[in-house]
Design a protein around this ligand. Structure first.
Ligand code: ADP
Ligand code: SF4
Length: 670
């Protein structure tokens, strides 16, 4: 280990328990929740195995009045919930980690779609996500009952074996709703002054300590700034006062910037590594208790600075631990160059927002620990010494080559261009997307360490070349091209726009002149990112889309609001709910949902609608035994899907492709 990094491996006491090192996996969603406890336990176990000293669960509801269905959350509503969660605590302990559990009540954030219990909160308030439901105001009896739920859940958490039990006042949830004057207009002893608004939080901390504090650490998760200025909890004002008021009551402060979750887990496009530091730095000056926060830390030097500069006592991480569960071990073993750095794309957030199991662009094994038995660092050797030719070195080709080489095949990787990385080489030049280059860089670093890989650049392969090489396995990862026919998500009819450009043309250096119209019927990042780039380059840009907003799918990555705000700030004119009808000499005709057409100035028309697989080689060779296609060449999609598709093919090579295991409820005969 680099001696400079030794500080990261010091044990830290948290109340009655001691973390073996400073690597703290803060609570994060997995998409598994109470319905898939074995998947959750296996995922957390891999983190502990990878060296995280503290491994926390996702949000765990304390009562049926806090139900986030259909999103996956844990429950400690009754004793029957204890055993499934005990598996998660055990999975952490098996590798020497402390296990933390994030007890949760969502207040007006909870939808209660499954339990159908009316929501509770500080005041009568429209429910945030389950309209037109209304959350009812808690009276004193409700508050007494609520405190009992927290106590009971804490006791069950202790029985399940957890070492750290949370009081969760972040991300707009119930104790935070009491805290913020934006959501608390009560006139009783739980409203008004900050002391009154913090009363419930203080009581929850004291109750939790009384219930389990003899053996468990009591952690508070607090949003010290909800980004509404002095109207709400704000680091310079009431955020600071709350920390001062409760400073020594919890055993650990887990602090962040919130309001909505999207502010806490901002994508790389909208935040740099360590971006929360300015907000949370003050916390350590007000408490003697250990402090943890997050900031997408992947650089050991940056981590060491956090500790030495007294910003926090731990390196808190959700996304970096998803992208590389073995990050701590790699630092300890002096292999920091092997860290698979999070790229900040928020595809993991999208999984949660779509209510499915966790997925990650960089780490294709994430979420597959139990259902497929995949491990991020271990892979079965291929039983025979055979050869594989991978054509195309985009994310899919690089991943296929690496995984096959890790399995012991003799791998040749051929790429038509001089540079490796495929689409990433272009996409990472867009504003805010430089970190996406890490998908390429990590794979190139790892490939360079393997003796059984040959990489050939500037080697466009034709069918005949491949026949000559006669590899045992041929993996075509030749990617995709942006469509020129205007077919997109909404507009399914192919049309000819003769003088239009695609993102491929822009990346190839096509000249952009006059007013620009980007027609986005793809709805992920490309349309908005190109609009941003061209506006920054000084062009007058209009973004026309059939959706009601720009980059509509980016809602799932928690980016849509930020994208739209940025485009508006740059003067991009967003024209929603319009289809592209025709292209004139210096205009384009667009049509609204009522069928009304109008012309807008347009000298350069860029179509961002969809991609077609670059599958000429596949068409020529698919009958050849041992031939497969992966990534965008198979089905154009996200980088995450390209990497996954390649990894899956390479990992399953020679094995039966059976459906993944599913956690089924007990039934007759089990
Ligand atoms: P994916 O996301 O599936 O990895 P990309 O488009 O990023 O797809 O990458 C595909 C790569 O394949 C590109 O770098 C492209 O230059 C390369 N490629 C396409 N056709 C050939 C070919 N015939 N021979 C070698 N490389 C090719
Ligand atoms: Fe990081 Fe993207 Fe993986 Fe999430 S999906 S952990 S943001 S690389």
């Amino acid at each position: 280990m680099d001696p400079n990094h030794a500080i990261l491996f010091e044990p830290v006491q948290i109340g009655p328990v001691t973390a073996p090192n400073r690597f703290y996996q803060t609570p994060h969603a997995t998409g598994f929740g109470w319905q898939r406890p074995q998947s959750g336990a296996a995922l957390r176990g891999v983190k502990a195995e990878g060296g995280w000293g503290v491994v926390c669960t996702e949000y765990c509801s304390i009562h049926p009045s806090s139900d986030d269905s259909p999103y996956a959350f844990l429950t400690l509503w009754e004793d029957a919930d204890i055993a499934p969660l005990a598996a998660t605590a055990e999975a952490g302990h098996a590798h020497g980690a402390l296990a933390g559990i994030e007890l949760w009540h969502g207040g007006f954030h909870a939808s209660n779609r499954m339990t159908r219990v009316p929501g509770v909160g500080p005041q009568v308030q429209p429910s945030m996500f389950h309209l037109p439901a209304t959350t009812r105001a808690m009276d004193k009896a409700d508050i007494r009952a609520f405190r009992g739920w927290q106590r009971d859940a804490a006791k069950r958490a202790k029985q399940a074996g957890f070492d750290i039990v949370y009081v969760y006042a972040g991300h707009d949830y119930l104790p935070f709703q009491f805290l913020s004057r934006r959501s608390n207009t009560r006139g009783d002893s739980y409203g008004g002054t900050l002391e009154n608004r913090a009363r419930l939080l203080r009581e929850m901390l004291e109750d939790t300590r009384e219930a389990v504090g003899d053996t468990c650490a009591v952690a508070i998760r607090l949003a010290v700034d909800e980004l509404h200025g002095p109207a709400g909890i704000c680091a310079e004002d009431e955020g600071r006062d709350v920390v001062a008021m409760l400073a020594e009551i919890p055993d650990l402060w887990d602090v962040n910037v919130a309001g909505a979750l999207g502010n806490d887990s901002k994508s790389a496009r909208f935040s740099a590594e360590g971006y929360q530091e300015d907000y949370i730095r003050f916390v350590k000056t007000l408490t003697s208790k250990p402090v943890v926060s997050v900031g997408r830390f992947t650089s050991p030097e940056r981590m060491v600075q956090q500790i030495r500069n007294g910003v926090q006592d731990f390196i808190g991480a959700a996304r970096p631990s998803i992208a590389d569960p073995f990050l701590p071990l790699k630092i300890r073993e002096g292999r920091a160059d092997e860290i698979r750095e999070c790229i900040g794309c928020n595809i993991c957030r999208a999984a949660n927002n779509e209510a499915v199991g966790l997925r990650c662009t960089q780490n294709p094994t994430m979420g597959e620990e139990w259902r497929r038995g995949w491990h991020p660092e271990r892979i079965a050797a291929y039983p025979r010494r055979e050869t594989a030719l991978v054509v195309g070195a985009g994310p899919a080709g690089l991943e296929a080559a690496l995984t096959l080489a890790r399995r012991g095949l003799e791998v040749t990787l051929a790429e038509a261009r001089r540079s490796l990385g495929g689409r990433i080489s272009f996409e990472s030049t867009l504003p805010g997307l430089a970190t996406w280059g890490r998908v390429r860089d990590w794979r190139m670093t790892m490939l360079a360490k393997l003796p059984n890989v040959q990489i050939y650049r500037e080697s466009r392969m034709a069918a005949g070349d491949i026949e000559d090489l006669a590899p045992d396995h041929l993996i075509l990862a030749t990617g995709s091209q942006w469509r020129r026919d205007g077919v997109g998500v909404v507009g399914m009819e192919a049309r000819l726009f003769e003088r239009s450009l695609t993102p491929d043309d822009i990346f190839a250096g096509a000249k952009v002149t006059g007013p620009v119209l980007i027609y986005d019927d793809e709805h992920y990042f490309m349309g908005g990112a190109l609009a941003e780039k061209l506006a920054r380059d000084g062009h007058r840009v209009r973004l026309v889309t059939p959706y009601p907003q720009a980059s509509g799918w980016a809602i799932y990555t928690d980016e849509q609001g930020f994208i739209q705000e940025r485009l508006m700030g740059l003067g991009v004119e967003i024209i929603p709910q319009h289809m592209l009808a025709a292209q004139g000499t210096d205009t384009a005709t667009i049509t609204d949902t009522m069928g009304q057409s109008r012309d807008v100035p347009c000298e350069t028309l860029i179509l961002v609608t969809g991609r077609l697989p670059d599958d000429g080689l596949w068409q020529a060779l698919h009958t050849r035994p041992g031939t497969a296609r992966v990534g965008d060449c198979l089905a154009p999609s996200s980088i995450a899907d390209a990497v996954y598709s390649a990894h899956r093919h390479a990992r399953l090579l020679g094995e039966a492709d059976t459906p993944p295991r599913r956690e089924r409820p007990p039934h007759k005969g089990t």
